[in-house]
Design a protein around this ligand. Structure first.
Ligand SMILES: [Zn+2]
Length: 183
């Protein structure tokens, strides 16, 4: 009986440690994906200096699908982006330049199919422009550092702001908090 209990305990410990390893391996993989190739000299998660890089230069640096959204204001299809239902704890950076944009606790579960936030990290994380394209009256949201198109801002978000920053996953770069990873 005692041996059975010991065996079961050991088995439980083994299962828990395996699960933990898997989780941390996944997080590491995610982390790896967020490390920028050295061929983007403008990418920095700490430097907030405003960038003034022409599209011809971005075109050489960015993958075509990122370029299409960031510089040509394309929109990814709903429910296809990598972050529309992400719930992890961490920070969302601009995929193009590394500017910190949103914290995960500013994200909310929206049914629209795009990652949605009710607030930005800093008021100047993003800038706004009037967008009258497609016969609509919308507020365009651009990165405050590199002017890349991120998405649109709507007034149908939850409290406390009532705002909905409707973003394209492809121009966001989610980095899980370090503390969270070590757990
Ligand atoms: Zn940016």
């Amino acid at each position: 009986m005692r041996i059975t209990v010991i065996c079961l305990t050991l088995l439980t410990i083994l299962i828990i440690s395996c699960t933990k390893e898997n989780i941390s391996a996944n997080e590491n993989k995610k982390q790896m994906n967020t490390i920028k190739q050295s061929d983007n000299p403008y990418y920095s998660r700490t430097d907030t200096t405003k960038l003034n890089v022409p599209d011809s230069e971005w075109k050489k640096i960015l993958p075509a699908d990122v370029y299409a959204v960031a510089r040509e204001k394309d929109t990814e299809r709903a429910f296809t982006g990598k972050y529309w239902n992400t719930m992890g704890i961490g920070t969302y950076y601009c995929e193009v330049c590394g500017n910190p944009l949103f914290r995960s606790d500013e994200k909310f579960a929206s049914t629209c199919g795009w990652p949605s936030f009710f607030e930005t990290i800093r008021p100047n994380s993003v800038i706004y422009e009037q967008d009258d394209s497609y016969g609509m009256n919308r507020t365009e949201v651009l990165c405050g550092r590199c002017d890349s198109h991120l998405g649109h801002l709507f007034d149908d978000g939850p409290p406390p702001t009532g705002k909905r920053y409707c973003m394209n996953s492809i121009v966001l770069d989610f980095v899980v908090d370090e503390k969270q990873e070590k757990k």
